[in-house]
Design a protein around this ligand. Structure first.
Ligand code: SF4
Length: 358
């Protein structure tokens, strides 16, 4: 791609963006905190889903100081339903660090910014370019797809080793005088025109420059490595009742759904019934021996790398006292209080069935 061709692409794309971009709440501000929150939320999540969460989060935690002094449980509760809870935990810790080390101001220095938990190359480039006007090119799924089709890149977009190549292409194309708008323009083109299925090439501002369109090979790009099939796990979970209250446990702070509350339970082993697994898992996790009663629900839920089918049972304590192994905390709560705790979506799906109980 010659420098002149790059220049023409930038010009056309920016002109298209100025006319066609969606008005989104985070596009009305240059506040680096707000942009950071929006970018963290937008990772793996659709724009329409993010908007109400973004508004709610910022009214609860309007700046780094407010976020830093809040309790993690409060943050997780506001985040609940958005998924990928590590993002919320990282934002909370990062806000504490910004207050402690950077006087509450989001740093505009790439190294300092990247030192914060959860700030990878994408978020750093987005905040630096959009809030501070620094020439850093963003690379996300939309950008990779556009670049791949535009330049007929043969490297698979979902292969880790392809990342430097896509970064290099994005850097080469970046409009250094207006990097924030340009980055958003590439992403917006990917979201609105150069979509994964049936891209609207006929109305694309770049169709005169696009290698795959010109050669009639749009359907070939982006190239992908084949995905492994997603495994499905059977899970048994117990709602353990005692004197009008139910037992909930809190997951350890790290890892999948870290810091969230849930009902005790776990994977059903091969050859085991759901009821036996429920009894065994509750004994292992909480030290309580329970009688497993009626099944309340069967819940299906898909995570990124696996799916679950979860059988949920009413249980009554037979013997034992709570002694945790795995979870870091527990509480006996009235069903009506369950709304005050952050729960994963799979648990939230059956909680309404309990609320009439107590
Ligand atoms: Fe994507 Fe089609 Fe535009 Fe090429 S012409 S960038 S394939 S929308």
């Amino acid at each position: 791609m010659t420098p002149n061709r790059c220049k023409s692409i930038r010009k056309r794309l920016l002109a298209w963006y100025r006319k066609n971009h969606r008005r989104l709440p985070w596009r009305e501000t240059k506040d680096p905190y707000r942009i950071w929150i929006s970018e963290a939320m937008l990772q793996q999540t659709r724009v329409e889903t993010v908007i109400p969460y973004y508004e709610r989060f910022l009214s609860a935690f309007p700046d780094t100081a407010a976020l830093a002094r809040s309790d993690l449980q409060q943050v997780l509760r506001v985040w609940e339903g958005l998924g990928y809870y590590a993002r919320a935990r990282n934002l909370h810790r990062a806000a504490e660090m910004v207050v402690a080390h950077f006087d509450g101001r989001v740093p505009d220095d790439p190294e300092k910014l990247r030192s914060l938990p959860g700030v990878g190359p994408y978020i750093a480039a987005a905040v630096l370019s959009i809030a501070f006007g620094r020439p850093h090119a963003v690379v996300d799924g939309n950008v990779k797809r556009v670049l791949s089709r535009l330049f007929q890149i043969e490297a698979p977009v979902n292969r880790q080793g392809s990342a430097p190549l896509f970064q290099q292409e994005a850097d080469r194309l970046l409009h250094r005088a207006d990097p924030g708008a340009f980055n958003q323009a590439v992403m917006e083109l990917g979201a609105l025109v150069c979509t994964p299925k049936s891209p609207a090439c006929g109305r694309c501002p770049l169709n005169g420059f696009c290698g795959s369109f010109q050669s009639g090979s749009v359907s070939v790009y982006p190239v992908r490595d084949k995905k492994k099939p997603v495994p499905e796990y059977a899970i048994a979970v117990g709602v353990v009742h005692k004197k009008g209250r139910v037992l909930i446990t809190r997951r350890k702070p790290e890892g999948l759904l870290g810091g969230m509350w849930e009902f005790p339970g776990g994977k059903i082993a091969e050859g085991e019934s759901a009821e036996s697994a429920c009894r065994r898992e509750i004994a292992e996790e909480t030290g309580l021996f329970v009688a497993v009663g009626e099944r309340i629900a069967r819940v299906r839920h898909a995570y990124t790398h696996f799916k679950i089918v979860m059988d949920v049972f009413h249980c009554a304590v037979e013997s034992g006292r709570v002694k945790l192994s795995g979870p870091v905390d527990f509480a006996w709560v009235r069903p009506g209080q369950l709304q005050d705790y952050p729960f994963p979506k799979a648990n939230r799906k059956f909680i309404p069935l309990l609320v009439g109980d107590g």
